[in-house]
Design a protein around this ligand. Structure first.
Ligand code: TYM
Length: 332
């Protein structure tokens, strides 16, 4: 069976609706057809400052949300990046094969480092995509299910895999990004031209999986809409309404064209009520299940330990092959 692999950072107290619709829903689907690996990139999270206690808690919260959202740790391998040391080891090698300009052209690096200023931004932000490439290439996956904002990083991963293969012989599978048809980019409810993100200035545009239904309904009700009254998908003229249609389409598995027909002659308010109901209905069981799982952190840690051991069975021989090809002396 072909493999898939993907990861989601533990950098907030909850995953948000963009993480869920852009990635997690697709992860769950891949489990039927692929040998699937999902992990929590805590090494990536420390590219910006993290409180240690919060990081540990957020790592468990992420794991609980993956499971509650439908990842089955019996079928798929679920693990934490720092518990599989091969990620950091391969990252160094790929870092040495990446051009400075190539790394500096990554838009996520440009955005994040511009926000923090040259001195506050650590070198880790620059090295981030090579760690991500290592995460991926260690498992030789065929597909990487991610949202649209990771496209450039997946492209760099392909370039690095090809470069390594070119210099050292066929070693890595060149992976493909798997992007959802609807929901690959969910926008901020208050600022629907910016992607929904945990680092948004105001939390009002954000929907977290762990939010209370009341909070979710309120945020959707107060979402920014657009001029005019017609409920129609038009990313340029109607970014707010288009975002709500995208969310409703993804959450209820209904094509956008069908939704547009349903709202002919109806107002934005109708759409908002339906989006709020549908999102609450979809997220409530996940929130409840995640809360139950978090009540037993020792059991979560056990699941993650089993996952890390399974992950290492794949990662260790791949790293050893790479080491050998580079001329490193055999492992002790
Ligand atoms: P991260 O943690 O920022 O996001 C996790 C996943 O959620 C998707 N996503 C979105 N999708 C739609 N709309 C949005 N507004 C939105 N915001 C986030 C992301 O595309 C992603 O799929 N670098 C990665 C984590 C990572 C990784 C990897 C992913 C590390 N190593 C290896 C795949 C393979 C990141 O920061 O995603």
């Amino acid at each position: 069976r072909h493999r898939v692999l993907s990861g989601m950072q533990p950098s907030a107290d909850s995953l948000h609706l963009g993480n869920y619709l852009g990635a997690l829903v697709n992860w769950v689907r891949t489990q039927d057809d692929f040998d699937a690996y999902f992990f929590i990139p805590d090494l990536h999270a420390i590219t910006v400052p993290q409180d240690p206690d919060a990081l540990a808690q957020r790592t468990r919260v992420a794991a609980a949300q993956f499971i509650a959202g439908g990842i089955d740790p019996e079928r798929s391998t679920l693990f934490v990046q720092s518990q599989v040391p091969e990620h950091a080891q391969l990252a160094w090698i790929l870092t040495c094969m990446t051009g400075m300009g190539e790394a500096m052209r990554m838009t996520q690096f440009k955005d994040k480092s511009a926000k923090q200023g040259a001195d506050a931004a650590g070198v880790g932000l620059l090295a981030y995509p090579m760690l991500m490439a290592a995460d991926i290439l260690l498992y030789q996956p065929h597909g990487v299910p991610v949202g649209d904002d990771q496209r450039q990083h997946v492209e760099l991963t392909r370039v690095l895999a090809q470069r390594f293969n070119h210099h050292h012989g066929e070693t890595f599978v060149v992976p493909t990004g798997f992007y959802p048809e609807t929901g690959a980019r969910i926008y901020d409810l208050q600022n629907p031209t910016a992607k929904m993100s945990k680092s948004a200035e105001s939390p009002n545009g954000l929907i977290n999986i762990l939010d209370e239904p009341k909070v979710i309904a309120k945020r959707i009700r107060s979402a920014v809409t657009d001029d005019g009254t017609e409920v129609r998908f038009d990313r340029d003229a109607k970014p707010g309404v288009s975002n709500l249609l995208t969310i409703l389409s993804a959450v209820t598995d209904t094509p956008i064209a069908q939704l547009e027909e349903r709202y002919v002659g109806k107002m934005y308010g109708h759409l908002k009520v339906d989006v709020a109901d549908a999102v609450v209905e979809r997220l409530s069981p996940i929130r409840e299940r995640a809360t139950e799982l978090l009540a037993d952190p020792a059991e979560l840690d056990r699941i993650l330990a089993v996952g890390a051991a399974k992950a290492r069975e794949v990662a260790t021989p791949v790293l050893q092959d790479v080491y050998g090809r580079l001329g490193f002396l055999p492992p002790l």
